[in-house]
Design a protein around this ligand. Sequence first.
Ligand SMILES: NC(=O)c1ccc[n+]([C@@H]2O[C@H](COP(=O)([O-])OP(=O)(O)OC[C@H]3O[C@@H](n4cnc5c(N)ncnc54)[C@H](O)[C@@H]3O)[C@@H](O)[C@H]2O)c1
Length: 463
Amino acid sequence: MRLLVNSRDMGDTVKTHKWSRREFVGMGAAAAGASLAAKTIVRLSPDPIPSPQAVSASDRVRFGIIGVGMQGSWLLSESIRLPGVECAAACDLYDGRHLLAREIVRADLPVTRRYQALLDDKDIDCIVAAVPDHWHKQVVVDAVNAGKDVYCEKPMSHSAADGVAMVDAAKKTGRIVQIGSQRVTSQICAKARELIAQGTLGDLTFVEGWLGRNDPTGAWQYPPPPDLSPRNLDWDTWLGSAPKRPFDPNVFARWRCWKEYGTGVAGDLLVHLVSGMMFMLGLHQPPTQASSVGGIRRWKDGRNMPDVHAVIYYYGELPVCMRLNLGTAMPETYRFQGSKGVLEVTGSSLSYTPQTGKDSSPSYYAGSFPRAMREAYVAKWHQENDPKPGEAPLLETTAISGPDYDDVRPHLWTFFEAVRTRNPVVEDAVFGHHAALACHMANESYFRRGAVSWDEASKTIKG
Ligand SMILES: NC(=O)c1ccc[n+]([C@@H]2O[C@H](COP(=O)([O-])OP(=O)(O)OC[C@H]3O[C@@H](n4cnc5c(N)ncnc54)[C@H](O)[C@@H]3O)[C@@H](O)[C@H]2O)c1
């Protein structure tokens, strides 16, 4: 049986259903005997975003956006469609993005190159920040110190030290900080978390995750805006704390390629795998140890961050292996492996294949016994292990798939709701710091060519 779980309402054919573990596992078994049931459609839990009428005018949240580039423009477009959420102003160092922000929101939206203007504005409740990684710390620390809640894009930090400063600032001010790894709000990941917590996998033995791309855009060779120049861009401020260098439109558009501004495939892509895994497993810690291999194997365009990066972690005693490749395309996938089976998770599907963990036939080692001994062993084995008629275990893969769906929108909604209600978010500064540390450790190990560990006492990565 194929079990479809859709995140979108598909009308009357869709049934909302909350599963118990027995039901979930039992569905595969029931299906084996049910020749007529070709397909069951089950909807995931209802969309958490209410209708616009459900939010009163007094509950309105006004945000300012800092960074209206590739991701910021998406966050802006999504945020203003959420009920009770309004954009009050936009900030970017490149004037072309002022125009873009006005095209998205309204023609008279206040725009500025100075984000401090947004932080000083008492009518702005919170900030959405989508600036390059090397600016995350300063924007978040300044925002919370100015009394603003902040949604900051992933990876939370550009370095371990930046992350420590951000956690301190968030704790000291008590502001809400949510990091933008949207897997944490994915309904697919929530379903995986539920199954794992119910013990569906038995003893968790190993976790794998991977993702690959194979095209210039996937490898960050983005086209700079054709009119970009120091006249319409504040290049010195864009560089921030990075070493000074002459204006370079490629650096502006392709900053992920260089460690001075970005965090490589680790901070760009691995952080999603790690954040999703932390959420699905309920992990609240950085890796204990990380060991990487990789290289610039395909995109020899002057970048200094690897385009192939594989890392093996210990999370406590749990081994985890994550592989990123910008030279060969592979869909983002996790495999959670346990004594009772394998759970495969992609962006829009789950697939659980149970395993008994027991021998299904007499041990082949008995082939080394002399005949009489072997035959006695085989007969005894069958007597003790053959299932009685009708009791044979049914080990069917249960596949759950839905259409690709956008988890950014509910992730933003979670943040704006927290700003309204003051309830804590899941992906807070501590969570974001732990996930980002996994990326910094992966990079540190790659550059050192040796294993590294996180030292909580000194809050540093040690070789
Ligand atoms: N969650 C996701 O799936 C996802 C996807 C893409 C990008 N991101 C993250 O979003 C962030 C932005 O990435 P992007 O691809 O949009 O980058 P981008 O270069 O397209 O846009 C960044 C914008 O920030 C502006 N900026 C830089 N410093 C600034 C400052 N001090 N004040 C005001 N504006 C400033 C730049 O001028 C630029 O317009 C990164 O952290 C990235 O990792 C997340």
